[in-house]
Ligand binder design. Structure first.
Ligand SMILES: [Zn+2]
Length: 689
């Protein structure tokens, strides 16, 4: 009796085991402590496993409701603890949480395998899938059934025992190889040092860059010298401003040859292994190339679609880059040194050109981008487009004083969802900016559960005398992440696995990137770009400069980006790895594209982390793919002469923002636009047409 009571007390003290009392169902962040996570994870996994076993072992014939729907609504406690834990693990972590993460990650992946490799469960899913045409399902239910079936297949559920063993071995080896790849890049990046001991060698560098290099040298016990590295923050300013051509060359070469020195940190052999293993995996799962396997699960669907798509942007980008190269060469000729433009000259001379043509000084813009004004600007934009209203809530539990909470309501005053904003850097928050769900939207038992969303960033902090004033990149990022938030907030799906941003990776950046189009529209800027002291709207002359600078150097930027996308596709469409050699392969790939020597592919193979360390293989094209969608979709507003056009906004909301993954993304796009996405709008926007 006593023991039972004790367990009862311990559990009731753990907030995850209680129904959240908050009226919005928000987690009681103020009561959650490190010691609550592990018991909740353990119990959550146990509960979901019991639910899954009950589904798999059921004597009843499989139906959509007793199998697919039951699976999708299972694991409530596990979701509850996971969402809080992983949100805070990114934005407000501590040593204790790191320990829990290391312990819980393998347990979670094993739990996942226990679901997706459960043979009885898969047999039920397969029966339903094979008979799906006869089941009288709604389109959303069909989509969910297909999604589950695909996930099972892709996890190896349809393989025989021997093949499953093989897949597990490949996955394990791949995981280790990808880890080694990332480690080598990190080690080589950290190992390189360029020491400058003669002040004359710093000619052209701004004072702030010199100071940073001097501080780095001091930290490395080289007082009085200047230290540069292959970290972007260190060497990009050198490429832009240094008059010292040799210094520029040394740093660019060091950066672009990382993990490519035929030593124990060389990644060529690692890539060889990764490419072979990925091909084996794809073939085991019934695909002829790794790209075919990966793309089967995306909006683009096939390697051919991606190649055709990349070609439409690559050719104009390369042509523009060639024109830009000729312009830079002219500038060099004027200096009369008889030098030919090389890769290490591009940033330097294009910076001179930028200054001459636009004279755009970022510092002069910042006073017009006070964070609170920008956020209000983006809220007002959502009001104009979708009728949303934002009310700050003061009595919500938060995990840090920087966090603010807003209630979002619709034009008819019904609840849309809750938005948390958490914008400033601090120890315990990882770099970058992101949107996340704290709880999903779904409909069950006649109730439409509204989502809780957060936007997290690392924007310039306010200081004693000054509010947070953003640079252009930060303004764009705030709009971008808010676009993800709208996708998460406005969703109207039945099933949690389909709602909000649970869409394929070449579609997920579309609702976010489209917001960036509004942020530099003069009409929109007039609403939010106001001087933080005087309240004065940004002068027209500054707004014009922003518009003009938008297409500068875009040949270079796009050639860099697209050559990396093509290289990625080339690696993952290999069918024969017999005589595969990384260096020769990269050269042949770039030669086939017709890449000019004055531009180096954005990521050379040995440090292409996205595709060899991470899971963006056959996926680097996604950024440009989504850019085509957002430019074409924004053109739908512009064509009407009204960037707030209510009819277009309504169509965008109904067909894109509300739909999550409830239908094929291309179909959703066509419903919105009445046509396939057309790359022309992007080409124009980037000055390539
Ligand atoms: Zn994004």
């Amino acid at each position: 009796m006593t023991a039972l009571l004790l367990v009862g007390t311990a559990q009731s003290a753990n907030p995850f085991f209680e129904t959240y009392k908050n009226k919005y169902g928000a987690p009681p962040f103020d009561k959650i402590k490190n010691e609550h996570y592990k018991p909740a994870f353990t119990e959550g996994i146990k509960q979901q496993q019991a639910e899954i076993n009950a589904i798999a072992n059921s004597k009843a014939a499989p139906t959509f409701v007793n199998t697919i729907e039951a699976m999708d609504f299972s694991g409530v406690l596990l979701k509850k603890v996971s969402s809080v834990f992983f949100n805070l693990y990114s934005s407000e972590t501590n040593e204790g949480m790191s320990k829990i993460a290391t312990e819980i990650s393998p347990v979670l992946s094993e739990h996942n395998d226990n679901i997706y490799l459960n043979e009885k469960l898969f047999a039920r899913v397969k029966t339903l899938y094979d008979n799906r045409a006869k089941l009288n399902l709604t389109p959303e239910q069909t989509r969910l059934l297909e999604k589950y079936h695909r996930n099972f297949i892709r996890s190896g559920a349809a393989l025989n025992k021997e093949q499953k063993e093989k897949l597990r071995a490949i996955n394990k080896e791949l995981g280790l190889a990808q880890l080694a790849f990332g480690q080598n890049v990190l080690d080589e990046t950290n190992a390189y040092q360029k020491v400058v001991d003669n002040v004359a060698d710093l000619a052209g560098l701004p004072e702030s860059v010199r100071q940073a290099a001097a501080a780095d040298a001091k930290e490395a016990k080289m007082d009085g010298k200047w230290l540069f590295s292959t970290h972007k923050a260190s060497f990009i300013p050198v490429l832009q401003y240094s008059d010292n051509r040799q210094l520029r060359k040394d740093l660019l070469m060091a950066y672009t040859t990382r993990a490519n020195h035929d030593n124990d940190k060389d990644n060529k052999a690692v890539i060889n292994k990764i490419v072979k293993l990925r091909l084996q995996k794809a073939q085991l799962l019934g695909f002829d190339t790794s790209a075919a396997f990966i793309l089967d699960d995306t909006m683009a669907k096939t390697p051919k679609t991606v190649y055709d798509f990349l070609a439409t942007v690559w050719t104009p980008a390369l042509n523009k880059a060639k024109t830009e190269a000729a312009e830079l060469q002219k500038l060099m000729d004027k200096e009369g040194k008889g030098e030919k433009l090389e890769a290490w000259d591009w940033w330097y001379y294009s910076e001179k050109l930028r200054k001459a043509n636009f004279n755009l000084d970022e510092e002069a813009l910042k006073p017009y981008f006070k964070l609170e004004n920008v956020r209000k600007g983006v809220f007002d934009l959502a009001t104009k487009l979708y009728g949303l209203k934002f009310k700050k809530l003061h009595d919500m539990p938060i995990y840090h004083p920087d966090v603010e909470v807003f209630e979002v309501t619709d034009a008819d005053s019904s609840l849309v969802g809750i938005l948390y904003t958490d914008y400033f850097p601090r120890p315990g928050k990882r770099a970058g900016a992101w949107m996340n769900n704290i709880s999903d939207q779904y409909k069950k038992d006649g109730i439409n559960h509204r989502p809780i969303i957060c936007n997290v960033g690392n924007f310039t902090k306010p200081t004693a005398g000054k509010p947070s004033l953003l640079n252009m990149d930060e303004v764009e990022t705030l709009f971008h992440e808010f676009g993800h938030a709208l996708h998460g907030l406005l969703t109207q799906c039945t099933y949690p696995s389909l709602s909000g941003t649970s869409v394929s990776r070449d579609f997920v950046e579309f609702p976010s990137q489209i917001m960036e189009n509004w942020c530099w529209e003069p009409e929109v800027m007039k609403t939010y770009a106001r001087h933080y002291k005087t309240g004065e709207v940004m002068p027209q002359e500054l707004m014009d400069k922003i518009q003009l600078a938008g297409t500068f150097n875009q040949g270079f930027v796009n050639a860099e980006l697209l050559s990396a996308s093509l290289l990625d596709m080339d690696y993952h469409t290999i069918k024969d790895t017999a005589n595969f050699d990384v260096a020769a392969f990269e050269n042949a790939s770039l030669a086939r594209m017709g890449m000019i020597p004055q531009i180096i592919v954005r990521y050379r193979s040995t440090f292409f982390n996205h595709i060899f360390e991470g899971d963006y293989s056959a996926g680097y094209y996604s950024y440009t793919w989504a850019a085509v969608l957002d430019a074409d979709a924004f053109a739908a507003f512009k064509e009407t002469g009204d960037v707030y056009n209510p009819k277009v906004a309504k169509a965008f909301r109904k067909n894109i923002l509300e739909r999550g993954d409830s239908d094929d993304p291309m179909k959703l796009y066509r419903k919105f636009r009445g046509a396939n996405p057309n790359p022309d709008a992007l080409l124009k926007k980037r000055g390539l047409k």
